[in-house]
Design a protein around this ligand. Structure first.
Ligand SMILES: Nc1ncnc2c1ncn2[C@@H]1O[C@H](COP(=O)(O)OP(=O)(O)O)[C@@H](O)[C@H]1O
Ligand code: SF4
Ligand SMILES: [Mg+2]
Length: 340
């Protein structure tokens, strides 16, 4: 898709973000509870791109928002450089959270139509205060330049820009905060395919130039696979598999990962394929009443009695590889097999 590869993570570094058994439950009506996130643990390392993939409703956005402290957690905690943002308040929260930013899907919704591009990019600095207008303008123009928009864009208004240019403005605004971690939540989903590639290239370039760390959320496996060093596969509020991108793509260990891989458009005709596709049947169940045991069991072609009775453990089956499936170590299937 692009010619620029993201920088690799340094495995010796400490986690920048540590998500520890986090739950986010939303009360619905008087008695019901929607379990958007239901016990997620993962770490994000400095300089890496951690991709998060999963169908709509699996809890990706809620997790992304929780990481940047836009969403309170019901249980568990999230440490950003060792600090629990959820425990901070007021000025301490504002000053600390600037390093953890988020870019959403819809640049239109994030830009005030009445502000010029320069004003929009400068806005977080204006709110923060502490520097002169000239300094803030200088920073805003530098950030616009970093996203490939020259000074002639400064006096324009959002309606004069294309979708891709607007997303560049949003990214420039995030850069004014000198972030360490940027959560990209479907950040290219609203753009035309040709523009998607441009913005993905930009994300990769900024990561190299500025040493950023990304949590890259998308329902599009091709985009996540291209951008990420590691991938976490979410389903109904939990992570089903986590591992290095290449291992996960070539040797998936969870039936859900396999079904996502097989649902990608395939240039090989059905008659020439050596393995049978697993077609995901039905919709993702409601997070109001997730299935007992393994949440994927209602759609899993390999489900057995045990799957309804017991929640599979989050099993570190190989270095860097984690899977939540009772049979990840034992079933020799058309899915990947654990190589010891
Ligand atoms: N503020 C909210 N109140 C109630 N339910 C919510 C809220 N935000 C998200 N949800 C629900 O949480 C679940 C996960 O949503 P979301 O995190 O947006 O998933 P994804 O980004 O993977 O599509 C969905 O069932 C969604 O309807
Ligand atoms: S635990 Fe059972 S239902 Fe869940 S993925 Fe594994 S085989 Fe399928
Ligand atoms: Mg989402």
């Amino acid at each position: 898709m692009t010619d620029i590869q993201p920088a690799m993570a340094n495995p010796d570094t400490l986690p920048v973000v540590s998500v520890e058994d986090v739950k986010v439950h939303f009360p619905v009506g008087r008695r019901d509870l929607l379990r958007a996130i239901d016990g997620v643990s993962l770490q994000v390392f400095e300089g890496e791109v951690l991709g998060i993939i999963g169908e709509s409703g699996s809890g990706k956005s809620t997790l992304g928002r929780a990481i940047v402290a836009l969403q309170r957690t019901t249980a568990g905690r999230i440490l950003c450089d060792g600090v629990d943002l959820g425990a901070l308040k007021g000025r301490a929260l504002r000053e600390t959270r600037r390093a953890y930013q988020i870019v959403f899907q819809d640049p239109d919704g994030a830009l005030n139509p009445r502000l010029t591009i320069l004003q929009s990019v400068r806005e977080p600095l204006d709110i923060e205060g502490g520097s002169s207008l000239a300094e803030r303008n200088k920073t805003a123009l530098k950030c616009l330049d970093q996203v490939g928009l020259g000074p002639d864009f400064a006096s324009r208004y959002p309606h004069q820009l294309s979708g891709g240019q607007k997303q560049r403005v949003i990214i420039a605004r995030v850069l004014t905060m000198k972030p360490r971690v940027v959560v990209c939540d479907e950040a290219v989903a609203a753009l035309d395919v040709s523009i998607q590639a441009e913005i993905i290239n930009l994300f990769a370039k900024l990561q190299r130039d500025l040493g950023l760390t990304y949590v890259f959320i998308s329902h599009d496996l091709n985009i996540v696979a291209h951008m990420s060093n590691r991938i976490a596969v979410m389903y109904l509020g939990v992570i089903m598999e986590l591992g290095p991108v290449e291992a996960l793509l070539t040797n998936p260990l969870h039936p859900y990962t396999l079904s996502l891989l097989q649902s990608r458009p395939d240039p090989v005709p059905a008659s020439m394929r050596t393995t049978q596709r697993i077609i995901l049947k039905g919709e993702i169940p409601s997070a109001l009443a997730p299935p007992s045991g393994c949440r994927f069991r209602t759609r899993c072609p390999q489900a057995q009695q045990l799957c309804a009775e017991q929640v599979p453990a989050w099993d570190n089956v190989a270095p860097g590889r984690w899977v939540a499936c009772h049979f990840a170590r034992t079933i020799p299937t058309s899915q990947g097999q654990l190589k010891s």
